[in-house]
Design a protein. Structure first.
Lengths: 450, 128, 483
């Protein structure tokens, strides 16, 4: 199936108007030796056949429809109501371009404005952009803003921040004068329980620190002590960046209320299934003093020449097409469609729904924690957790995962892949989809492991 | 209408030398090329700059331009009213739209600056 | 047209748009789960019923122009038709309900798709190595320059400069800065191609790379690209190619064959994944053998039993640029598109795209100035200078096109053409549609001669007229505030 409408006759007419005989004559600028390569590709597939082929590839995956999923780690299996995707499938939204011509892009622009508003409300910060690629790159860019703003290059990141985000941040920091210093803000006691050692993070903050990065709840699912860390950072004029999953923000104190300067995180799970990690959408929110440093697109409200309310992309001089080599970020394309989905879902969840959703996750996690088969497994934290927690296993977590697969259960994430000393630790997550029988099935199967 | 008592740079800044002080802004040509000015970044008082140092940035809706010191000196004050009313730069570039007031360097050099005739010629050449 | 309020203004206390399962224990207070000081005081999101949410966003969508409405000739954006079958395959449960932390043996289909897509792009573009991690073209550029940087650092030849044509997209110099390089501009010659003497003069031992766009942003093929690659390599530098304009080349030439070392492809341009109002994109990066060791991890591997796996970072890798494997949903769509087209289909893309652009060129060159009157590739750049003398700028021409039912072309880019108007029809427009578009521009040229105020007052038939961008920037109103 190809999508070119013109026929040979159309092409003949068009060639005649150009004064040429064949299309080949349009490509004479290409070096002859390399023109018209014989691509080793197979011929076109009909729509029917291509669908069958993709379906067969899809069948080679074990999808979350076939599994009880307790894996989280920043990607949660939530139920997204049907209208979200159906609205995202409206042509006018998904086949539109970046709204550079505002008169005919008010749909996209107003959505961005509403998205920005909701991100600000969620985080209690002053300004938000139209989205970043994902949570990881949003963190990398937040660090860049912090180092430029303070003129300092030392970055402290709690080790309890999502390791994938830390990895992306390190990549972005490596070519410029930024030093990422992870701080081991936890210990593992003799029984394997993770003990928070936030004072280590606090003690590293000095006059050279550009920013401190925390995650709430942290990668292990618990809420860390933040008060002293943030207070010290503020004393030293270091910027505070908080990474956060939007769902718990329905319940917990938002970054703005804690005194944070910048908040970033991932919104994908409000929009659709985990999709193997992409596309997501990173949110980026900050205090107003960072306005002119915020990367990416921003929509603002204004009026048209008839006095009607309208929206435009604004503060454009921050962006790469104008600043070029002086831009602080090269971001151009973002994750607009995913941000649209998040806006729609957040609008429908609203004030009470997001809180309710968060509570359902918390309820399930706490119920599960009570039912951990304590003869052989143990809750890996004594801190307040939300929808996720580590569990200490009698055998390596990798083996637990393998053993439970034939039972149709994905029991969590093997933390040993990030911290070798945590090879026996499983990170288990809960959403509103987790039923009580599912929890019991998980715990019973774990308990029955040899 | 080029004020004849001012000196000009090739980068389209003007300076009014008044004893040991100088008043600095951008020319009418500059503001019309930029379009509606939306923001200007000016240095803090007491900072010093050499001739042709970049002392700030002026932004319009679709352009960013560095601001160059026509003459070396130390910042006495800056036009803070531009924070809320940057359009003064468009409306009155030689008057209310002034940018910074400086104390001139002791051995400042105005020789390389253009007078109003020379600057007018420069602008006319750019247009053609 | 009635103005659509902000969603917050549709709020009414007690309304909610979703129905969640009931709480297991509604009597329990939140502070029994969490310390009181951790609980948020208020969450000021709107309260709207489902029907009102749906209507609000449907009405907003109706204010948008889109590819599915009419022609969208944005130069360098490749606004081609977004096939609907891609939206089906992208949503297959087996390809969307999969978790990045599932073990490799549970996601063999996903890894297989990545492996095969890498192979297809490798074949189409002519490079042995491909990474699908970058989320967009700009992130592809970042990844590419980082690979170059890693290689040069290992060779103990770090270098500090990147040569960039003055016609380049703004992401190129911005990327160079992010990678710690200084951008050095290279002028274009009178034929529209990069000035090779300037390249020769500027290439020294401190140049890490030259970033080319092929065809360039004037829609012209860089005929001396092979020579430039040789010169760069002789100076110890690498050649990066911005692949935004790949639509002119698919099936007609493989950029890797021309000597280019690394190139990103915009899957949301050439490979039809939808633009979504500004994203998501996907910026597949193609590399030559010598850059493969530095690719971001994990990389996809396959063993002799056809078992796929993710190989986690080797020590020479630049690290991750994406939290996981890239914008997988878009990769599924691009894969679907490539298979649908197949060999003959892909070949026809560039043929029709370039033919369509040249057809536009010859039909308008008597009414609009053509800075480079030579065969163009998939896009043609006009200049609105003639109309400017009549009192109508390129901006005015663009806004008037809206009244004729078309999305304007790219304007004021590339920077080296005054009053630039960059038109890229793509291969998915029919001759009739292009004729209508040409007719519209000819009528607008007539209007400019007759009474240029018609253009200056445009658009008059869009949902809104021209917007006050100056006030938007001077007095930013970037979020709804409760009254």
């Amino acid at each position: 199936m190809t999508y070119t409408p013109n026929t040979d006759e159309d092409r003949r007419i068009m060639l005649e108007s150009i004064g040429l005989d064949s299309i080949d004559q349009l490509f004479t600028d290409i070096p002859k030796a390399h023109r018209d390569p014989d691509l080793k590709l197979k011929g076109p597939l009909s729509e029917m056949d291509v669908l069958a082929h993709l379906q067969s590839i899809a069948n080679e995956n074990v999808s979350l429809d076939q599994l009880l999923c307790f894996a989280g780690g920043g990607w949660y299996d939530h139920y997204v109501p049907a209208f979200v995707d159906q609205l995202m499938l409206r042509s006018e939204f998904y086949t539109a371009y970046t709204p550079y011509q505002p008169e005919i892009s008010q749909g996209t622009l107003q959505v961005i404005y509403e998205f920005q508003s909701m991100v600000c409300d969620l985080t209690q910060l002053d300004v938000a952009n139209a989205s970043m690629y994902d949570g990881g790159s949003a963190l990398a860019e937040a660090i860049s803003v912090a180092t430029n703003f303070t003129g300092r290059s030392k970055v402290l990141i709690a080790e309890t921040v999502d390791p994938a985000y830390v990895s992306v941040a390190k990549t972005y920091a490596s070519p410029v004068d930024i030093t990422i210093s992870p701080v081991r803000n936890f210990d593992v006691d003799q029984q394997g329980v993770l003990i928070e050692r936030q004072e280590r993070l606090q003690s590293e903050i000095d006059d050279e620190t550009a920013c401190v990065v925390l995650q709430r709840p942290n990668f292990f699912g618990w809420l860390e002590e933040h008060f002293d860390v943030i207070a010290t950072a503020q004393q030293k004029d270091a910027i505070v960046i908080v990474v956060g999953d939007p769902v718990p923000l329905g319940l917990i104190k938002p970054p703005g209320d804690l005194g944070a300067d910048i908040a970033v995180g991932e919104l994908r799970h409000l929009v659709g299934p985990p999709a193997f990690g992409g596309p997501g959408a990173g949110y980026f929110a900050a205090k107003s003093k960072f306005l002119r440093s915020v990367p990416g697109r921003i929509a603002g409200k204004t009026k048209d020449n008839a006095g009607r309310d309208g929206y435009v992309l604004t503060l454009r001089t921050r962006e790469q097409d104008i600043r070029r080599e002086r831009a602080s970020s090269n971001i151009c394309t973002n994750e607009a469609l995913v941000a649209l989905g998040a806006t729609i879902h957040m609008a429908a969840l609203g004030k009470t729904g997001l809180q309710h959703l968060a509570r359902l996750c918390v309820e399930n996690a706490h119920l599960a924690a009570e039912r951990i088969p304590r003869s052989r497994f143990k809750l890996g934290t004594d801190r307040p957790f939300l929808r996720e927690f580590p569990v200490i296993c009698p055998i390596p977590a990798e083996q637990v995962i393998d053993s439970l697969a034939p039972h149709g259960i994905l029991p969590g994430i093997d933390l040993g892949q990030f911290w070798p000393e945590l090879a026996n630790h499983l990170l288990i997550a809960f959403t509103e989809k987790t039923s009580e029988p599912a929890i019991d099935r998980l715990m019973k199967t774990l308990g029955g492991l040899k | 209408m080029l004020p004849s008592d001012l000196k000009y740079t090739r980068e389209h800044e003007w300076v009014k030398i008044d004893g040991t002080n100088g008043l600095i802004g951008i020319t009418n040509y500059a503001q019309s090329e930029l379009g509606d000015v939306v923001y200007v970044e000016l240095p803090v008082p007491d900072s010093t700059f050499a001739q042709m140092d970049v002392f700030g940035v002026v932004e319009s809706v679709k352009a960013v331009s560095d601001l160059y010191m026509p003459i070396g000196g130390q910042i006495i004050s800056r036009n803070d009213s531009l924070t809320h009313n940057p359009e003064k730069i468009n409306e009155d570039p030689y008057g209310d739209g002034w940018l910074i007031k400086i104390k001139l360097d002791d051995n400042y050099n105005a020789d390389d600056l253009l007078d109003s005739n020379e600057y007018e010629t420069l602008v006319n050449d750019l247009h053609s | 047209m009635k103005q659509e309020p902000v969603i917050y203004e549709l709020s009414s206390s007690g309304r909610v748009g979703v129905q969640l399962p009931p709480l297991r224990d509604p009597q329990k207070q939140i502070n029994e789960y969490l310390p009181a000081e951790e609980i948020r005081n208020q969450l000021p999101l709107p309260e709207v019923s489902q029907i009102d949410v749906v209507r609000h966003f449907v009405r907003l969508s109706q204010l948008n122009f889109s590819i599915d409405s009419d022609m969208y000739p944005l130069g360098s954006c490749t606004m081609k038709y977004n096939p609907k079958i891609n939206e089906v395959t992208g949503r297959l449960s087996g390809l969307s309900s999969i978790h990045p932390y599932q073990p490799d043996d549970q996601i063999q289909g996903a890894l297989k798709l990545l492996w095969h897509l890498q192979g297809l792009l490798s074949e189409i573009a002519g490079f042995p190595g491909v990474t699908l991690q970058p989320s967009a073209g700009a992130q592809g550029e970042f990844t590419g320059l980082m690979l170059i940087r890693a290689m040069l650092t290992e060779k103990d030849s770090p270098r500090s400069k990147v040569l960039i044509p003055d016609s380049a997209h703004g992401t190129n110099p911005a990327t160079a800065t992010m990678c710690g390089y200084k951008s050095v501009g290279v002028p274009s010659g009178s034929d529209g191609e990069i000035d090779i003497e300037s390249v020769r003069r500027l290439l020294d031992e401190d140049v890490a790379a030259i970033m080319m766009t092929v065809p360039n942003t004037l829609g012209v093929f860089e005929t001396r690209i092979e020579q430039i690659c040789e010169m760069a390599h002789a100076a110890g530098a690498q050649v990066y190619c911005d692949g935004a304009n790949m639509n002119a080349m698919v099936g007609r030439v493989r950029p890797g064959d021309l000597g280019i070392d690394v190139m990103h492809l915009n899957l949301h341009k050439t490979f039809s994944t939808p633009h979504g109002g500004g994203g998501p994109g996907a910026g597949a990066l193609c590399v030559k053998e010598h850059l493969i060791p530095y690719l971001p991890g994990p990389t996809v591997e396959v063993d002799e039993n056809d078992q796929y796996s993710r190989k986690h970072t080797n020590s020479r890798s630049i690290g991750k640029v994406h939290s996981h494997m890239g914008n997988f949903g878009n990769l599924v769509r691009a894969y679907t598109y490539i298979l649908s087209n197949g060999k003959s289909g892909l070949k026809s893309i560039a043929d029709n795209a370039v033919l369509n652009a040249n057809y536009v060129r010859v039909q308008l060159r008597d009414r609009y100035d053509l800075p480079f009157d030579r065969t163009c590739m998939h896009e043609v750049v006009f200049s609105g200078t003639r109309q400017k003398t009549l009192g109508a700028s390129t901006l005015d021409i663009a806004k008037r096109l809206i009244d004729y039912g078309f999305h304007p072309p790219t304007i004021y880019f590339p920077l080296i053409v005054p009053e630039a108007l960059m038109i890229e029809p793509t291969e998915t427009e029919s001759r009739e549609t292009i004729d209508r578009f040409v007719e519209a521009l000819r009528s607008i040229a007539d209007e400019a001669e007759r009474d240029s105020s018609i253009l200056r007052n445009a658009p008059v038939s869009a949902p809104l007229g021209r917007l006050d961008e100056a006030t938007a920037a001077r007095q930013p109103d970037l979020r709804y505030s409760q009254p």
